[in-house]
Ligand binder design. Structure first.
Ligand SMILES: *Cc1c(COP(=O)(O)O)cnc(C)c1O
Length: 426
């Protein structure tokens, strides 16, 4: 038995499914999850001493690769002074100032501890500020696991084959309306049918929890216009796209303004952090300024702020990383397409910035319904063949492949060669 197998056996006795987050259990692809010991740059090492080129990157946070020396140093330097105070620290101010400087259309920020918490709080704020109850979300978009958002959620929920969770009350779900991604008419119908009742439309500007589905030309601007017409707020859930597509996230990348923006993943540099942000007028509705309550014992934790701030500083100092990552992702996408064609594998590769996803299907994937017809058994085979060759992909068809600035040309060449062999052997 390998060390990872041994650990998984032990884990299953004390952790549900052996994991602390469902997709890690490898259920969608079969086999035993790898227990990771360490990461350096684009590589990770497991308990059995096996090394992999990592395209999960902790599901997005590790945009600069693992163990970046500046980030580790910032954490060491901060932690020797104490881990948490529950009182303000200078780092929280610096973090908020940094985010406001980098991201368009935000004037104030509230730090929280996860993406889930960021979305949950932003929705409360949207409802509080508009005095309306209903929220429109898109089928296949994931916004964390708060009750109201566990309706038609992608990703882990999708892989489980159980999009709606047990334990979510009708009351919690009844105000969540579901539209189709890339289909403005589906949004308009809901707005028309619920006049004056929709507080916000929440969207992943690039849907990255049903694989990767880019917004069609005009989709995001169309949402902006519909929200303006109906007095609803537009929330961009940038937990994945924030600081990844561009320094200013999807608002900058696509040139569309959101009213509220949620963040997570990258802003913690690998530590557990989330945030929501918007105009001063909106954010001053939040306690202690306004009537919308929201709090957190460990929110703005100094060690987490140190890590996130160091990462954002590197992204500011080296804007070229965005072109580097995009070029790397395009390189992989082009080679995957060529290999699939060469070996007669039906495949669609979607790619935006440093995010990409190969779908095992013939039809272009522009919405959840199209993503769902992908051959997940083929993906599982492909995943396992890649893993054996030392390439660590997301253990599910419905997740993104995350490219970091630490992936070298050597990594990329190795990856596309492994993919070519894996696709040939399907
Ligand atoms: C990961 C994710 C979340 C939830 O973040 P957690 O930190 O896992 O709670 C929310 N929205 C999007 C778009 C995500 O990808």
């Amino acid at each position: 038995m390998s060390r990872s197998e041994e650990l998984f056996e032990r884990a299953k006795k004390v952790l549900p499914g052996g994991v602390n987050s469902p997709v890690r259990a490898f259920r969608a692809v079969g086999g035993n999850p790898r227990f990771i010991v360490k990461g350096l740059g684009s590589h990770i090492l497991d308990e059995d001493g096996l090394e992999y080129i990592d395209y999960v990157g902790s599901w997005g946070p590790m945009v600069l690769g693992h163990s970046h020396p500046d980030i580790l140093k910032a954490v060491y330097d901060r932690m020797v002074n104490g881990l948490s105070f529950g009182a303000p620290t200078a780092l929280e101010v610096e973090m908020a100032e940094k985010m406001v400087a980098m991201v368009p259309n935000i004037e104030m920020v509230r730090m929280v501890n996860s993406g889930t918490e960021a979305v949950m709080s932003a929705l409360r704020l949207a409802r509080g500020a508009t005095g309306r109850d209903k929220i429109i979300k898109f089928e296949g978009c994931y916004h964390g696991h708060s009750d109201a958002m566990l309706v038609g959620a992608g990703s882990g929920a999708l892989t489980q084959g159980e999009p709606d969770s047990k334990g979510v009350t009708k009351g919690a779900a009844q105000d969540t309306l579901m539209a189709q991604y890339n289909d403005l008419a589906s949004v308009e119908r809901l707005l028309d049918a619920n006049p004056g009742q929709v507080a916000a439309v929440i969207v992943e500007p690039v849907a990255a929890n049903m694989g990767v589905v880019p917004p069609k030309e005009g989709f995001l601007q169309g949402l902006r216009d519909l929200c303006d017409k109906h007095g609803a707020l537009l929330i961009f859930d940038e937990v994945i796209t924030g600081f990844r597509l561009a320094a200013g996230g999807a608002q900058e990348y696509f040139g569309v303004r959101a009213d509220l923006v949620t963040f997570g993943k990258i802003i913690g540099g690998g530590m557990p952090v989330g945030a929501y942000a918007g105009s001063r007028a909106l954010m001053e509705q939040v306690a202690p300024c306004g009537p919308v309550y929201q709090a957190g014992t460990l929110s703005g934790n100094p060690v987490a702020m140190a890590a996130g701030l160091a990462q954002l500083q590197i992204l500011t100092d080296h804007p070229e990383v965005y072109t580097v990552m995009e070029t790397s992702a395009q390189y992989i996408a082009n080679h995957l397409r060529a290999s699939a064609e060469k070996h007669g594998v039906k495949m669609q590769v979607n790619q935006v910035g440093s995010l990409l996803c190969p779908y095992f299907t013939e039809t272009p994937v522009d919405c959840f319904a199209a993503a769902k017809i992908s051959d997940t058994k083929k993906y599982a085979k492909y995943f396992n063949k890649m893993l054996l060759r030392g390439v660590y992909l997301a253990p599910s068809q419905f997740e993104a492949m995350f490219v970091s600035s630490a992936h070298t040309q050597k990594d990329l060449t190795f990856t596309v060669q492994a993919a070519d062999e894996s696709l040939a052997a399907l």
